[in-house]
Design a protein around this ligand. Structure first.
Ligand code: 13P
Length: 240
């Protein structure tokens, strides 16, 4: 199971102190070898976090990247090669918070290709908005996001799909696990080789239900991942 922490635009150097607790927990955790943990902090923390987690089982990832593989005059942007250079092994691409700012499926596809070429593993986010859900076009939207986002890509080993319904992110709203099971199974059927995670308001309480969702390979966790106690609790309860 994957447990991916997306810190979004939160955290400074002092936030790295909280990682000690997670490392300590993992040492004593019996199911340790089944757990894959990836932290995606803001870019400013990738280097110090990678240093801190060197020799541990926790990997570090970025939250986005530029689509250009090479250096260029793109003020404020960071390309996959640069992320790799400071210790990132993964990168989140296509998060709805960036889609909302205008990131298209086509651009997401270019970013994924670029990241793979630079040897980064990709956490590819898809998900419907509340409006799309109400219109009952969730499957159509997901199919389109996957088709265009993964266009001409044949590298399933290095891509993890994260299903994050936009209306579940940061709202505390979660669909019934039976409904979620259907969606996750649908995504798996469309893309047989990919691991599929769920993200959106995952917390130590609802994990008791979420862990039973059929075919789920793990979770992408926002808010609760910034609190190491909650993050540890989510992992512990998944294996209860
Ligand atoms: P929350 O867990 O805060 O809802 O965020 C989910 C998310 O966007 C992870 O990428």
């Amino acid at each position: 199971m994957y447990f991916i922490a997306n810190w979004k635009m939160f955290g400074g150097l002092n936030s790295l102190n909280s990682l000690h607790k997670v490392l300590k927990f993992l040492k004593g955790f019996k199911k340790n070898k089944f757990v894959k943990i990836i932290y995606c902090p803001p870019s400013t923390l990738i280097r110090p976090m990678s240093k801190k987690l060197k020799n541990s089982q926790i990997k570090v990832g970025a939250q986005n990247c530029h689509e250009n593989e090479t250096y260029g005059a793109f003020t404020g942007s960071i390309n996959p090669k640069m992320l790799k250079d400071v210790g990132a092994k993964y990168v989140i691409i296509g998060h709805s918070e960036n889609r909302k700012l205008g990131e298209t499926n086509k651009l997401i596809n270019a970013k994924i290709r670029s990241a793979l070429k630079s040897d980064l593993k990709v956490i590819f986010c898809i998900g419907e908005t509340l409006q799309e859900k109400r219109k009952k076009i969730t499957k159509k939207i997901l199919r389109q996001q996957m088709k265009l986002g993964l266009r001409k890509i044949n590298n399933s080993k290095n891509i993890i799909i994260a299903y994050e319904p936009v209306w579940s992110i940061g709202t505390g709203l979660i669909q019934k696990s039976s409904e979620l099971s259907k969606t996750i199974t649908f995504i798996k059927k469309e893309n047989k080789k990919y691991k599929v995670l769920y993200g959106g308001s995952v917390n130590p309480k609802n994990i008791n239900e979420l862990r039973f969702v059929d075919n789920i390979d793990g979770f992408l966790i926002g808010g609760a991942s910034q609190d190491s106690k909650k993050f540890i609790d989510i992992i512990k309860k998944t294996y209860n």
